[in-house]
Design a protein around this ligand. Structure first.
Ligand code: UN1
Length: 500
C-alpha cells in the first residue's frame, strides 16, 4: 500500500500531505511520499497560544477523565497499528517489524498513562507542629513542547504526549523535518480520539511541521512550561541554555555512545544475537544503539570472528520485505558520516570489517550499507563520538576495572550492558562504582527499552527522563501544603514571634 492510501486511511486529509512546498521522500527508494508546508514562527506561536488557552480548562479536568482520552487514543492506535507501522517504514526506512514495534510502544505507553491517571499521588509528611498536616500535591505544569527525531518519528512523541495529557498539560509537537507524514498520521489518530472524547478543549494537542524556527520558538516561549527534546547533543546544547535563560524546564534525551562489556563467562550465543539486534538493528539509528563492544582478552578473537561472520550474513535490503534485518540509512548525509568515520578509523589503526554500500535492485538511490564492525587498538577521539550509523567499535580489555574505566570514559551516558554469568561482575557493573549510564542491563543489549522504566541518561545525554516509572513528575509542578487544623499558631523551628 502506498503512502497516500495509508495517510487517507489514517485520517490525514489530502491538503495536509499533497500540496505543500516541501517534498517528502522515502529513504527506501527515493519515491516522493508527499508534500508538506513548514510553519513560520508566527504559526508556531499561535499554536502555543492555543495550547496555553486549552491549559486553563484541561488542568481542572479530573486526571482519570483525562486518562479516558488517552485510553481512546490507545484504542485508535490498536486499530491502526498496521497502517501506521507501515507508514513509519516508508518514511523512516526501519524494517516493518520495527515500524510495528514502534506503534506497539505507543500503545503500551497509553496503557501505562491510563493507569497513571489514577495514581498521580503525592506524599503525606509528618509535621513537627501539633494539629498540622503536611502534604504534597502535584498539579499540571502547563504547555509541554515536544521536539522529536527522525529515528523514532512517533513513539517518542507518544511517550511524552500520553504522559503530559494525563498530567494535565497540552502538547505542541515539532516532529523531525525528515518524518512529517508519520507525525501527521499519528496526530490524526489523536484527533479522532479527541473527537470521540468530546470534551477536549481546542488547541489541546497540536503538531507543527517546520524547521529550526519552530524549535527556537518552543525553546524561547515562556508559555512552554516543559520542553522535552530528543535528538543530538548538538541540538541539546542549543536548546538547553535557551530554556534555562527563561527558567523553563527541559527534559533532554540526547546522544548516546552505548557499550557492552563481554566478560570471560558470557554466554556467547546470547552475545551474538544481542549484538546483532543492538548494533545493526534499526540500521544503527537508535539513540540506544550499541556502539562499543569491550571484550575480555581471553575471548576477544572468537567473539569478534563470530560477529564478523554473522555481520556477513545480515540481510540488508528493502525494509518492507519480511527477511530483511537492516533497511536504508535515513539519507546521504548519514552515509557520508558513516564512511568518514570508517576512514578515520583506518587512519587511526582500526581494522574495518564490512561497512560498504549495498545496492538494492529497484532502490538504487537508497543508502543501504552492511553494518560495520571495527576493531580499534584504543578508545580514540573517534570512538568518543556518536556516529549515527551502524558502526560498532570492538576493543579488548584485561580487567573488569579497566573495562569499566573505558566504558565510562566517553562523554555520553545513556545505555549500557554487561554479558556475564559471574554474579560479582554483574553486581559491580550495576553498583555505584559501575556503569555511569541511565540504563544499565545484564545479559541483554542496551537498546529496545520497555516503556515501564524511566528512559534517559546522564552527562551529554542530557539527564532527562521520559516514559515510565516516576518520569511523570517532570510534567507536573509540586506544591507543598501545610494545613493547620488547631486553634493555635505554632511556628516552625520553635520561633516565638510577638506575644504568647
Ligand atoms: C531513541 O532512539 O530515541 O530503547 C529511543 C529503545 C527504544 C527507544 C529508543 N525503546 O531502543
Amino acid at each position: 500500500m502506498q503512502a497516500a492510501e495509508l495517510l487517507n486511511r489514517l485520517g490525514v486529509t489530502r491538503e495536509r500531505f499533497a500540496r505543500g512546498a516541501f517534498e517528502v521522500r522515502s529513504p527506501i527508494d527515493g519515491a516522493v511520499l508527499g508534500f508538506v508546508d513548514h510553519a513560520d514562527a508566527a504559526a508556531a506561536s499561535a499554536a502555543v497560544a492555543a495550547a496555553h488557552g486549552a491549559f486553563r480548562d484541561w488542568r481542572v479536568v479530573p486526571a482519570p477523565k483525562r486518562g479516558e482520552l488517552v485510553r481512546l487514543f490507545g484504542e485508535e492506535l490498536r486499530a491502526a497499528k498496521e497502517p501506521l507501522g507501515r507508514l513509519v517504514t516508508l518514511e523512516n526506512g526501519k524494517i516493518l517489524q520495527e515500524g510495528l514495534g514502534e506503534v506497539q510502544e505507543m500503545i503500551d505507553i497509553c496503557d501505562f498513562a491510563v493507569g497513571l491517571s489514577r495514581q498521580l499521588h503525592g506524599l503525606t509528611i509528618a509535621s513537627e507542629r501539633p494539629g498540622h498536616r503536611m502534604m504534597e500535591t502535584w498539579h499540571p505544569a502547563g504547555v509541554c513542547g515536544v521536539i522529536s527525531a527522525f529515528n523514532f518519528p512517533v513513539a517518542v512523541w507518544a511517550w511524552n504526549a500520553a504522559i503530559a495529557l494525563v498530567c494535565g498539560d497540552p502538547v505542541v509537537w515539532k516532529p523531525s523535518e525528515k518524518t512529517p507524514l508519520t507525525a501527521l498520521a499519528a496526530h490524526a489518530l489523536l484527533e479522532r480520539a479527541m473527537a470521540r472524547f468530546g470534551a477536549a478543549p481546542p488547541g489541546l494537542s497540536q503538531v507543527v511541521i517546520g524547521g529550526r524556527v519552530v524549535g527556537e520558538l518552543l525553546a524561547d516561549d515562556p508559555r512552554v512550561a516543559v520542553l522535552s527534546a530528543t535528538g543530538s547533543t548538538r541540538m541539546g546544547r542549543e536548546v538547553a541554555p535557551r530554556v534555562a535563560a527563561r527558567f523553563g524546564r527541559a527534559i533532554l534525551e540526547l546522544g548516546g555512545n552505548n557499550a557492552a562489556i563481554v566478560g570471560p563467562s558470557a554466554d556467547l550465543d546470547l552475545v551474538e544475537r544481542a549484538v546483532l539486534f543492538a548494533a545493526a538493528g534499526t540500521a544503527g539509528q537508535r539513540c540506544t544503539t550499541l556502539r562499543r563492544l569491550l571484550v575480555h582478552e581471553s575471548i576477544y578473537e572468537p567473539v569478534v570472528a563470530r560477529l564478523v561472520a554473522a555481520y556477513g550474513r545480515i540481510r540488508v535490503g528493502n525494509p518492507l520485505e519480511a527477511a530483511t534485518l537492516v533497511g536504508p540509512l535515513i539519507d546521504g548525509r548519514a552515509f557520508e558520516a558513516m564512511q568518514a568515520a570508517l576512514a578515520e578509523a583506518r587512519a587511526e589503526g582500526g581494522r574495518v570489517h564490512h561497512g560498504e554500500r549495498v545496492t538494492v535492485p529497484g532502490a538504487e538511490s537508497g543508502f543501504y550499507v552492511r553494518p560495520a564492525l571495527v576493531e580499534m587498538p584504543t578508545q580514540t577521539a573517534l570512538v568518543w563520538r556518536e556516529t549515527f550509523a551502524p558502526v560498532l567499535y570492538a576493543l579488548r580489555y584485561r580487567t573488569l576495572d579497566a573495562a569499566i574505566e573505558l566504558h565510562n570514559a566517553v562523554p555520553q551516558g545513556l545505555a549500557s550492558s554487561i554479558f556475564t554469568n559471574d554474579l560479582r561482575e554483574a553486581e559491580i557493573f550495576l553498583s555505584a562504582a559501575g556503569s555511569d549510564c541511565g540504563i544499565v542491563n545484564v545479559n541483554i543489549g542496551p537498546s529496545g527499552a520497555e516503556i515501564g522504566g524511566a528512559f534517559g541518561g546522564e552527562k551529554e545525554t542530557g539527564g532527562g527522563r521520559e516514559s515510565g516509572s516516576d518520569a511523570w513528575k517532570g510534567y507536573m509542578r509540586r506544591a507543598t501544603n501545610t494545613i493547620n487544623y488547631s486553634r493555635d499558631l505554632p511556628l516552625a523551628q520553635g520561633i516565638r514571634f510577638g506575644a504568647d
